[in-house]
Write a protein of this length. Structure first.
Length: 208
């Protein structure tokens, strides 16, 4: 999951990475998450991508998608709003994850997006200086946990209601399959985005 914010209080669209090699692993629109899907389509707040391997960490491929589809559109819109030239330099503060500081990524950024300057967090200082790690991620993940818990409680109560006549409470079962949880995650991610998408809150985080 790739979270980014601006010092002006903007929460950029969030990139969520699912492990595996094809788009088949991405969440599907189901009756349970259709309202969340509609919200996401309207706001373009969450981008769902697959890693291309068995992990869910940012790879070179994933970072190119993020830069082209999230970061560059934000910088372009911000420069237009402020009346700045396209050649205006922009600063992207980022941690020192292996892919981010690789020669391949730095060369690609310099060639494709020379107006974006990379500013790396020193190693071991992410928890001190990386504002997303300090102030955004905790709230975001807590909101996901709350949303997931609320849905599980609701599903359990529905199961109790359906089985109360037969008194077969043991028949209540919450699916733990990856496809089911993946589809539910659309709701949880959308609620988490709404929880942090507050300019006043984000600006306070930037001042930490």
């Amino acid at each position: 999951m790739m979270n980014s914010i601006s010092a002006s209080g903007i929460v950029l669209p969030i990139q969520v990475i699912y492990a595996r090699k094809t788009a088949m692993v991405l969440p599907k629109c189901t009756p349970e998450n259709v309202m969340a899907w509609d919200d996401i389509k309207k706001t373009n707040a969450i981008h769902f991508d697959w890693s291309g391997n068995n992990g869910y960490w940012s790879t070179m491929h994933i970072m190119k998608i993020y830069v082209n589809n999230v970061l560059v559109p934000y910088f372009t819109a911000a420069k237009e709003e402020l009346g700045l030239l396209e050649i205006q330099l922009c600063i992207w503060q980022i941690d020192c994850w292996l892919v981010y500081r690789s020669e391949e990524f730095r060369v690609w950024m310099a060639a494709e997006h020379p107006n974006i300057q990379l500013k790396y967090m020193p190693g071991g200082c992410t928890g001190l200086w990386q504002v997303c790690d300090i102030g955004i991620q905790r709230v975001f993940k807590h909101a996901i946990c709350q949303a997931a818990q609320a849905d599980m409680i609701a599903e359990t109560l529905l199961g109790v209601e359906k089985n109360v006549i037969s008194k077969n409470i043991s028949a209540i079962h919450l699916s733990k399959s990856l496809p089911v949880i993946r589809n539910w995650s659309v709701r949880w991610l959308n609620k988490a985005y709404l929880a942090v998408n507050n300019p006043t809150f984000v600006r306070k985080v930037c001042m930490l």
